[in-house]
Design a binder for this molecule. Structure first.
Ligand SMILES: [Zn+2]
Length: 367
């Protein structure tokens, strides 16, 4: 049965809420775009480069991990390059069965060669639109929104939030902050959260990855985050009994669960960055426990290039190593759909027209 399910995973409809545009390039595209601008890379062929990215991300060294983004970001400094990367991301996700995705990226990192912030957003949208049309022509339905990210350490949060809101009817569906979590908490620029709330604009915040409960608390209370990027360290507020595995939740864990604030969990990436301290395998990753405890768990890829992963790969690991069933996969997919930064009627359409029929088809094949 497990093997049959593993075989069907590529066909399951998937929803992806946490995927970085600058972390999901095709290796060949990195080579070609860097060649065009004279940026030197640590390898000269696609296979070696792919391995280099994975190894650097796996090294346990944060400087080496961050170096990987120097290369992808160097490749994405012109409108054509940004559009190409966005288009290919949409095609790659659609080919993996993703029917709804949010692509996050930080416009401020793409102005090194003279693009304005609005030009970067428009270039990414042009690529997304082209990818969606091309996927449709090949018989794949996918919807994609942009999540505009501000880097925590550069203090341009207000400007980037205004940019995101300005493009809300032109492809941007939400706002995010990323980068060094420790020392750059949401209270650094509290005014940004008030502005976004007044604009009724959706927000997700990377929190509970590199820092713990204080960071999550600020994200959900001060930042009024609708979702948490990773959020896995909420487990630090859950006490598991040694003898019968019952769980006692602290007040913050209750708050996050009571409000069903979606956790954008990225198992493979979390293992690479040690976001779940002491956890060294997908079998032990807290995603399974959090799901059993009825937190609003979603499954995500984070950086497909650096982690050499995909939605199908993450799902396969959970099935083969953590005992997940097709019902578990359906649960996280539906939670993600209901937590997407589109409107409620659009979510319902996604669930009724794409996800449930897709699952019914695969369940039929497995019978
Ligand atoms: Zn992330």
């Amino acid at each position: 049965m497990t093997q049959a399910l593993l075989d069907e995973i590529p066909d399951l409809p998937k929803v992806l809420l946490h995927d970085h545009l600058d972390g999901g390039l095709r290796p060949q595209t990195v080579l070609e775009l860097c060649d065009a601008v004279g940026h030197e890379l640590p390898a000269t062929d696609a296979d070696t480069l792919a391995t280099w990215f994975r190894d650097a991300a796996d090294s346990g060294s944060l400087p080496r991990y961050l170096e990987t983004f120097d290369h992808t970001i160097a490749a994405m400094q012109t409108p054509d390059a940004l559009a190409r990367v966005a288009r290919e991301a949409v095609l790659d996700l659609a080919a993996d069965g993703v029917v709804y995705a949010e692509q996050r990226w930080a416009p401020e990192q793409h102005v090194q060669r003279g693009m304005s912030l609005p030009e970067t957003v428009e270039a990414v949208q042009a690529g997304i639109d082209a990818g969606i049309a091309e996927a449709a022509a090949a018989g794949r339905t996918i919807r994609v929104g942009q999540l505009v990210t501000a880097m925590r350490h550069t203090d341009r949060w207000v400007e980037i939030a205004e940019l995101a809101v300005a493009y809300r009817d032109a492809g941007v569906v939400g706002f995010d902050i990323a980068g060094p979590e420790d020392g750059f908490a949401p209270d650094r620029h509290a005014e940004v959260w008030r502005f976004l709330a007044e604009q009724n604009f959706p927000t997700t915040i990377h929190a509970g990855e590199a820092a713990g409960l204080d960071s999550i608390s600020q994200a959900v209370h001060l930042g009024q985050a609708d979702r948490l990027g990773h959020g896995v360290r909420i487990m630090e507020d859950v006490t598991l009994s040694e003898h019968d595995r019952t769980a006692t939740l602290g007040r913050l864990a209750h708050w996050v669960r009571d409000h069903q604030i979606a956790l954008e969990v990225c198992p493979v990436s979390n293992l690479q960055t040690n976001a779940a301290p002491g956890v060294t395998s997908v079998a032990d990753h807290p995603i399974t426990r959090l799901k059993e405890l009825d937190f609003a768990v979603t499954l995500n890829t984070d950086n497909r290039l650096m982690s050499r992963t995909s939605m199908s790969h993450e799902m396969r690991l959970l099935v083969s190593e953590a005992g997940w069933t097709i019902d578990d996969l359906a649960d996280v997919t539906l939670t993600a759909a209901w937590s997407a930064f589109c409107h409620h009627d659009e979510r319902r359409e996604l669930v009724d027209e794409l996800i449930l029929p897709g699952y019914q088809k695969v369940e039929g094949a497995l019978r």
